[in-house]
Design a protein around this ligand. Structure first.
Ligand code: UD1
Length: 429
């Protein structure tokens, strides 16, 4: 077991290339099974979620090889498999394999999904959509078994614009005969990336990025090559790192318009944000002020940036109000930030943050991926040393986080927890 040791108080300065998008990669890794043959995905982030997903694909007969940031996946011979419950529960997108595998092999069993513990995260929309496409689903002993002899295009209305359900059903519908129309879709960039990938395979998907997606299904799909777009959530985290440390950080290789909500809030806070065609630069200002934030489906303020942005707001003058509307318990950062000297009052889904003049290093624990990112940001800005436990959550979604932070001038190391105990016992440290 490792922990992060951060020595705070250094301004982060410089430029950084952002890794591939975890969420886009995970959705696309489910869709590769739709085509026979070998797909090559480039720019796949090296994070634990993509490694876990690759292992899961092997359970169903895919042959997977990592080649320097690319994933080579041969789906020529697929079969049903006994996926380990712990593995499936550890990543939510494991469930998005159900429909595409069903479309390819006619019968598949998968344990119910998991993911970060940030709310109830039901899968009712996935189930309703698959059933409408002609799947028979049976839940027994925590495992879903799906069967279908013939998937047929249909009309699907999503009660909420779920990114996962949109991706899962859109991918499955490419092998359902006839036209499928999905309404009230998520319009996240990761949905559009998946549609691009499906079309590259020979599917006919139209309307991704709008609330209605139409799929002309039943086309022959061919394995292909595809480059995963960069990760807007990792990019956003580095921009906030620039602001919270009083620094000046540029993220490169990104699509600035995917960051509109985050950029607007950074500007409202008082940071200086400039942009080019594929980069964004954030310079902190000495007088950053609190703001109101309400998370919303894209293009609203992303729920994944709520916790990192809250870390920044703890050091902004005055009061901030942060309302989380997507997940009911995405609040694991609150107690830990308060241990570092922040003043956050939690009332239901709303955090009321009163800015303080400084944070102090402490031993804290990540409760989920983005809560962990928030603690890293706070540790970089805090006086003294911060130790972050449970960093396996952070490893789910940040590719070489400590390498990137060090490249920007931060002092952050991954150490064995045994080493941590030695340090605590070492009075000279
Ligand atoms: C994805 C992202 C996650 C991000 C979220 C919202 C991945 C791996 N994860 O998660 O980082 O925070 O989008 O942008 O891509 N819902 C239902 N029934 C369902 C499915 C979802 O009620 O069947 C609800 C959820 O409880 C939640 C809302 O819909 O309140 C949005 O969830 P969804 O967009 O599906 O999130 P994920 O795809 O799980």
């Amino acid at each position: 077991m490792s922990v992060y040791l951060i020595k705070g108080g250094r301004k982060l300065l410089g430029e950084i290339d952002v890794a591939g998008s975890k969420n886009a990669a995970l959705a696309i890794m489910s869709a590769v099974v739709l085509a026979e043959g070998t797909t090559i995905l480039h720019n796949v982030p090296n994070v634990s979620d993509t490694r876990t997903k690759a292992k899961l694909l092997e359970v169903f007969g895919a042959k997977v090889q990592w080649r320097e940031g690319s994933l080579v996946i041969d789906c020529s011979e697929l079969h049903d498999g006994e996926a380990d419950e712990e593995v499936v529960r550890s990543i939510r997108t494991s469930f998005y394999l159900l429909g595409p595998l069903l479309a390819r092999i006619g019968c598949v069993t998968l344990p119910a999904p998991g993911g970060c513990k940030i709310g109830a995260r039901p899968v009712d929309l996935h189930i309703k959509g698959l059933t409408a496409l002609g799947a028979e689903l049976d839940l027994s002993d925590g495992r879903y078994t799906a069967r279908a002899t013939n998937l047929v295009g249909t009309e699907i209305y999503l009660d909420v614009p779920s990114a996962g359900a949109t991706q899962h059903l859109m991918a499955t519908a490419t092998l359902a005969k006839g036209i499928t129309v999905i309404q009230n879709c998520a319009v996240e960039p990761e949905v559009t990336a998946l549609a691009d990938f499906l079309n590259r395979m020979g599917a006919k998907v139209e309307g991704a990025g709008t609330s209605t997606i139409t799929i002309e299904g039943g086309k022959h799909l061919e394995a292909c090559g595809y480059t995963i777009p960069t990760d807007r959530l990792q990019a956003g985290t580095y921009l906030i790192a620039g602001a919270i440390t009083g620094g000046d950080v540029t993220v490169r290789g990104i699509i600035p318009e995917h960051q509109t909500a985050v950029i607007n809030k950074l500007r409202e806070i008082g940071a200086d944000v400039s942009e080019g065609p594929d980069w964004l630069r954030v310079k902190a200002s000495p007088n950053m002020k609190g703001v109101r934030i309400k998370t919303m489906p894209y293009p609203g303020f992303p729920t994944d940036m709520q916790q990192p942005m809250s870390a920044l707001l703890t050091l902004c003058e005055g009061m901030s109000v942060v309302e989380e509307t997507i997940y009911e318990s995405r609040i694991g950062h609150v107690q830990e930030l308060n241990r570092m000297g922040a003043t956050i009052m939690q009332e239901g889904r709303t955090s009321i943050i009163t800015g303080v003049s400084g944070l102090k290093g402490a031993t804290v624990s990540a409760s989920d991926l983005r809560a962990g990112a928030a603690l890293v940001l706070a540790g970089l800005a805090a006086e003294g040393e911060t130790i972050i436990k449970n960093i396996h959550f952070i490893d789910r979604g940040y590719d070489n986080l400590e390498g990137c932070i060090v490249a920007l001038g931060g002092d952050m190391r991954r150490i064995a927890s045994q080493e941590k105990r030695n340090k605590v016992g070492d009075p000279t440290h």
